[in-house]
Design a protein around this ligand. Structure first.
Ligand SMILES: [Zn+2]
Length: 373
């Protein structure tokens, strides 16, 4: 079938359906991810002018590489699958971009070790961790990472999460954010092996994947600073109390300081530091033209991300109210009550009823219960 995306035209195998079977080469559900990638690359070029080369490390249909080449990047597309390589070449030719990009049919880890790139984009099916070391060892400026294994990342497939990310993920009410923070933690530790520090400048999670953009600093002290952002999260399964504890050595809570319950979980090491750079996200938002199909959604996502508080976990208003046995009120009213009581509060991008605050679970209830009955 033929698809048009972001001004380029692509031929991809499969029929125009919402099915999963053709997703190996072209996944229509990832169009938002790709539109944001292009806008991020545009904003990043303004931030770091030396950045010119872009590696689409798992190119499949070549859609990312074609779109980046159309934007003037010096593109390399790579795939181990011969059919993918043929498809990527044909799609570059179809858009008169064959001279602007090279297509490599090989193991991308070997390629990354041989040739440095300014920007590396890892977009594998499942966990990106098998490719992370080579990317951090050889990328100059920006590593873009997609992880689609959300069940391992959030602790729902516990053993798989432990194996892939060398961390303990726990299934909580903020499961998508658990995935974000387990992923960024593992990436920070991978980068640190090469004396590289990471700074996440844009991160988003949807129901099907986590995406993060990591700016690199090649200095041992920057790697140390990134490791200093790691820590643990202690979580009460009964009252949803949670506490972040910086440092690589955990000191788990045996009983909950709020409800005295003993159903406490410990997750970590997780990334406790910021996962967004609001100024950069503002620049990304400005680079999303309305010719992109997902522009309204992508711009709204940028607005929410830029306004999100720097708290390592979020709450879900409906889950809290269900736990308290009270009906939920309107989100804006709920957040206004928190602010009126002197706390910071913002919506979160993880869902329409999710929010972030510096108030504890007990403080949230005290600040809002007057309007919850
Ligand atoms: Zn508790």
């Amino acid at each position: 079938m033929r698809v048009t995306e972001g001004g380029v035209e692509l031929e991809v195998p499969g029929e125009q359906t919402e099915g999963i079977e053709e997703a190996v080469f072209y996944n229509p559900r990832q169009e938002l991810n790709r539109d944001l990638t292009i806008a991020t690359l545009r904003a990043y070029r303004e931030r770091e002018e030396r950045a010119t080369s872009y590696l689409d490390a798992m190119t499949a249909s070549g859609v990312r590489g074609v779109r980046a080449a159309a934007d003037g990047w010096d593109v390399t597309c790579c795939d181990v699958d011969e059919e993918a390589v043929d498809l990527a070449r044909a799609n570059l030719e179809r858009n008169d971009l064959a001279a602007d990009a090279s297509v490599e049919h090989r193991n991308v880890t070997a390629l990354m070790h041989e040739e440095p790139f300014d920007v590396i984009d890892l977009d594998p099916y499942g966990t990106p961790m098998p490719f992370a070391d080579a990317a951090f060892a050889n990328c100059r400026d920006l590593v873009c990472v997609t992880a689609t294994d959300t069940a391992p990342l959030c602790g729902a497939h516990f053993n798989s999460g432990v194996r892939s990310y060398s961390a303990v993920p726990r299934n909580t009410d903020y499961h998508a954010e658990m995935g974000v923070r387990i992923l960024v933690s593992a990436l920070a530790r991978s980068a640190a092996r090469f004396d590289v520090g990471i700074e996440p400048i844009l991160t988003h999670a949807t129901s099907h994947y986590v995406r993060t953009y990591l700016e690199l600093t090649h200095k041992p002290t920057a790697a140390d600073a990134a490791i200093d952002e790691l820590g643990h999260c202690y979580h009460c399964e009964d009252c949803l109390y949670r506490e972040a504890d910086p440092g690589l050595i955990a000191d788990p809570l045996e009983t909950c300081p709020h409800c005295d319950g003993n159903r406490m979980l410990t997750a970590g090491p997780v990334w406790l530091g910021p996962v967004q750079d609001p100024t950069f996200i503002g620049a990304v938002r400005d680079e999303i033209p309305y010719t992109f199909d997902t522009a309204p959604e992508a711009r709204e996502l940028c607005d929410t991300l830029a306004a999100e508080l720097d708290e390592p976990t979020h709450y879900d208003q409906h889950k809290l109210c269900r736990n308290w046995g009270v009906p939920a009120n309107a989100m804006d009213e709920f957040l206004a009550d928190l602010r009126a009581a002197g706390y910071e509060a913002s919506r979160a991008h993880y869902g329409g009823t999710t929010f972030k605050t510096d108030a504890s679970v007990g403080e949230i209830r005290a600040a809002t219960e007057g309007n919850l009955d």
